[in-house]
Design a protein around this ligand. Sequence first.
Ligand code: NAD
Ligand code: 572
Ligand code: ZN
Length: 345
Amino acid sequence: MSTENRAAVLHGVDHLRLDERPIPTPAADEVLIAIGAVGICGSDVHYLKHGRIGPFVVEAPMVLGHESGGTVVEVGASVTSLKEGDRVAIEPGVPCRRCTFCKTGRYNLCAGVRFLATPPIDGSMAGYIVHAADFCYRLPDAVGLEEAAMLEPLSVGIHACRRGGVGVGSKVLVTGAGPIGLTSLLAARAAGADYVAVTDPVEGRLAHASRVGANATANPGSGDAVQELAQEAGGFDVSIDCSGAESAVSDAISATRSGGKVVLVGLGADRLTLPIVESATREVDLLGVFRYANTYPTALSMVASGRADVAALITDRYPLTEVQEAFDMAGAASGETIKVMVEVS
Ligand code: NAD
Ligand code: 572
Ligand code: ZN
């Protein structure tokens, strides 16, 4: 075990630095984890570029990263579920466990959740972190640490599909082909969807969607492309917006069959002008998504069994020493880049 703990610390807008941090000591119910791989999420890039997301303001130096996998190097006094040497996926949000939301299983809605790399909580882009043992999931040998990191964005896709009731035979529209749109596609496929169409204005992203299993793709900028997709499908049972774009959510409502569901994953502007009368009178339900709950075991099973090829979404890799370059790549608006992975040890 190294005695160093180098961490990617956000000090202010466009000011990311590798700092040396003390190696933390696990509490009784925690484990100390040597981090192996951390995916860069759009929220990490947003905090770096703007120093905040809505009311969440970075007011003190904060370690970035919340999509991570690593190896347990020490266990707290009361931990029996894990041992030194276990490789784990880290679920980044640890809720209070006591409120009504926690007690009824909707712990993603807990107001007391501590989520990695959401201010003021430090993230996981570091040599070592401590984490609640029951929010760490032991990996089978066949699942690597990069795939473990990918269980996090896959969880968002699984939760979106669950919210929309995606199942065997569903016809699904995904608007937005970034990492979250593509994990929603993978999750829909794994849940048994028959037909998944994906839209995005960026051709390179549509090409990636086709490679990982989209049945059809369309550029929303070209004529009536989304309407034509809807006609071909006979109306989508479930549409999942993963863009936050007003026009995409509008398209999603119009493309969904009467009685179907639109799942709002993408978060863009605070207020959107939408065809709300159409949504109401055709009973197209609009459903919110806030992260996920109870998804990690399912995500791990999907990946371990080969039903969700999350590795196919990893387009770029950098060592921690080149973390600035990694963020430059993640922030560049390139259709070729989907998920940038930072290799820590
Ligand atoms: P991303 O920016 O990489 O992907 C968004 C994609 O939407 C881009 O490829 C963009 O070209 C595309 N897009 C833009 N306008 C479009 C349109 N009119 N029609 C179709 N596609 C369009 O982001 P991501 O990391 O994939 O995340 C997607 C969204 O999900 C973001 O808004 C993010 O904040 C949000 N998110 C929400 C939750 C949640 O809990 N609700 C969790 C994770 C991410
Ligand atoms: O993987 C979790 C995740 N959640 C995102 C974005 C990216 N990754 N969300 C969008 C921002 N919200 S938030 O409530 N917030 C900054 C805490 O606006 C959380 C969900
Ligand atoms: Zn994220």
